[in-house]
Ligand binder design. Sequence first.
Ligand SMILES: Cc1cc2nc3c(=O)[nH]c(=O)nc-3n(C[C@H](O)[C@H](O)[C@H](O)COP(=O)(O)OP(=O)(O)OC[C@H]3O[C@@H](n4cnc5c(N)ncnc54)[C@H](O)[C@@H]3O)c2cc1C
Length: 484
Amino acid sequence: MNGTTGTNETRSTEQHGTTPADVVIVGAGPTGLLLAGDLAAAGIRVTVLEKRPAKISNLTRAFGVHARTLEVLDARGLADELIPTGRKLTELRLFRSLSLDLAGIPSRFPYLLSTPQYEVEKLLLRRATEHGVRFVHDAEVTGLRQDADGVTVDVRNKDGESSAYRAAYAVGADGVRSAVRKAVGQPFPGKSVISSIVLADVLLKSEPDLTVAVRGDEGAFGFMIPFGDGYWRVGGWNRERAEIPDDAPTSLDELRDIIRRAFGSDFGMHDERWISRFHSDERQVPQYRTGRIFLAGDAAHTHSPAGGQGMNTGLQDANNLGWKLAAVLNGRAPDSLLDSYQDERHPVGSAVLRSSGTIVRLAMAHNPAQLGVRWLASKVVNNAAPLQRKALGQITGIGYAYRAPRGSHALVGRRAQDGQLAGGSRLYEALRGGQFVFVAPKETPLPAELQSLAGEECIRVQWADERELMMLVRPDGYVRWARG
Ligand SMILES: Cc1cc2nc3c(=O)[nH]c(=O)nc-3n(C[C@H](O)[C@H](O)[C@H](O)COP(=O)(O)OP(=O)(O)OC[C@H]3O[C@@H](n4cnc5c(N)ncnc54)[C@H](O)[C@@H]3O)c2cc1C
């Protein structure tokens, strides 16, 4: 990693007029790292400003990488490297009664990969660095302003010295307390959903069966997820202690008590590597774009960790924004393409808030009426295949689709499913070029109507089998056009 500090470089930028970046990204969390790598891979000059020193924390927050995120990583050649770091979980069990079977989902990755967030960040950081992203650490963004030509980002380093960076566009991927969001004056409306969740990574003397389990009973709910490294992520909430503030101390005994209430056993948990108490809000900015400034990841939306979707949703934001910014900066698309980032990602953010909110509210159910609703909802989802598919599509991310023009083929707006290509490769390997991919039966010329959509660098491939389907797939893996 390039550990240069901000001050000297910035001063030289300002004093000597050297070329500023095309894009400044604030925040080197998973969202900022994926976006930075995508832009740099497309030849865009990227500077990432990060207030932390140049070291990845080994304290993990997110633990689960869902199928759609693995597909996105596959389209960058990273999924196969990530998978050995974790454990594949094929069933999600919620509130004793609801079971979601991941094994049948139509993806190359029919499971939840349980692996610490830092493993994902490690791969994304390496890729971004290999593509030449400039990282500036100990650089806290304190404000930013835009004009007709670009954005100026104000930074303070750890010695309290100020400097400024200039770029054509800026992206706030600076997490839930985003300074960029505040600087552009975006509100973050919403409310607190749950407080005093106790969370820890622990070892267990006896392991429960290998599923992601969320259970609620006796005024408490708990969840347990195995990491790949022997530790378990265990968390829970106790109604009787729900008003305790985040900064009140917690202990393994408090967590043991919660888990015993929820699961009937504490599984002999011991040797926590960290333990913490936190609360969770449900909030979303109304606008993901303000002129030349974009918000992505937790800076744009936050919700309960139920369903394990925070990091996954941020990575999908980056997947959507990266190719669009690159296309505009490379002169291949008009600036208006960038408005589709809001049109496509804001509704997904809202849907994630709703689904994670539903899970956490059902988990907190305690009076007979609420428990009855939970029982009924579980029964219905267990027994109705379309509802089970919908729930799985939302949790894994493979079910989200973007709005398609009226009269489009049914696949337009959906994520392309991987498929075998002539020559032995796969569609998601073809997407590693970062371009539109036109896939068709053998020897099919690119239809004239697609010439301007796909651009000159469109990659053309052929199915390995005899299927008639033709698709133009966007660089982010979503179908732009289809026939057959
Ligand atoms: C306790 C806990 C448990 C969680 N569990 C899960 C889970 O199980 N599954 C899941 O999917 N998600 C989970 N999450 C959420 C997940 O960790 C986040 O959604 C994810 O990290 C968001 O990534 P991001 O890149 O958008 O933001 P972040 O990871 O927050 O990264 C933002 C970066 O910006 C930097 N930054 C902030 N302000 C500035 C500034 N002013 N100047 C420069 N840099 C700045 C920060 O140092 C940070 O590196 C959990 C979160 C917490 C707190």
